[in-house]
Write a protein that binds this ligand. Structure first.
Ligand SMILES: CC(=O)[C@@H](O)[C@H](O)COP(=O)(O)O
Length: 257
């Protein structure tokens, strides 16, 4: 079980709700993924334009927990205000905090992120900060009150997969007891398996599933990959070597007559 802010989760796959062709496909996808947490933007359109009451009703029917997000916010003021509104609308203290600093890369403004995280943590929010893979920023976020970190592995929507495995490894090594959820940039199930094999606790993704030819099928594939990666990490992965090592030890010599 993964525990985030005191809530136990069996599924290690968090899903975004944007860009699906229709609300029905979103619903099928959420079910196929087995996810227990979906992230919802207060500011952006959700599946197929479903909005307001209709969208809320759909989420309720699916029985999943909502992680509201501040997607589209570019300043501390915007992010904090959006988080406060999300708390009212979705009746939860959970917030996926995004403060975007660059239009091209959608890279987080880590200074604004830390400041917003501090304000919101002091107000009792359970903050899930969307951050880079920078170690020092991660430390500052923990000092600001975050109990979970969400480092990217590549820019949002890029589907590029883990770009800096060393940095991800380093984060895992430095924060062994903090739930680390890779958020953004995963493009295919093997990417999800790869970060879970590094010991990450969960993944959050949207584009790779919502934009797939068959979103429900892709979500199911991601769910399997996340489980496989987790199981492999727990089982103890053999590290790569520079030289060959015979996998079959030879005792004595074969005798041919
Ligand atoms: C939906 C959401 O929160 C995104 O901002 C998130 O970061 C997912 O990124 P991908 O679309 O790259 O999976």
């Amino acid at each position: 079980m993964l525990t985030c802010y005191g809530v136990e989760l069996a599924s290690r796959l968090f899903l975004g709700t944007a860009q699906y062709p229709s609300p029905a496909i979103l619903a099928d996808t959420v079910r196929a993924s087995g996810t227990e947490v979906v992230t919802v933007s207060l500011r952006r359109e959700t599946a197929g334009g479903a909005s307001g009451g209709r969208f809320w009703e759909l989420i309720r029917e699916l029985g999943v927990r909502v992680l509201p997000n501040t997607a589209g916010c570019h300043s501390v003021k915007e992010a904090v205000t959006t988080a406060r509104m999300a708390r009212e609308v979705f009746a939860t203290d959970w917030i996926k905090l995004e403060v975007i600093g660059n239009h091209d890369t959608l890279q987080p403004d880590v200074f604004g992120l830390v400041e917003s995280a501090r304000i919101l943590s002091e107000e009792g929010f359970s903050v899930f900060p969307y951050t880079t893979d920078d170690l020092v920023v991660a430390e500052r976020l923990l000092e600001a009150g975050c109990k979970v970190l969400m480092p990217w592995c590549a820019p949002i929507g890029s589907a590029a997969g883990p770009l800096n495995v060393r940095a991800l490894r380093s984060l895992r090594a430095h924060f062994p007891d903090t739930p680390l959820i890779v958020d953004a940039g995963l493009g295919r199930p093997s990417h999800a398996a790869a970060v879970m094999e590094l010991g990450f606790d969960a993944v959050l993704l949207n584009t790779a599933v919502a934009k797939a030819g068959d979103p429900a099928g892709m979500a199911h594939a991601f769910a399997g990959a996340v489980e496989a990666g987790l199981e492999a990490y727990r089982a103890g992965i053999v590290e790569p070597r520079e030289t060959a090592v015979p996998s079959t030890p030879v005792i004595g010599q074969a005798v041919f007559s």
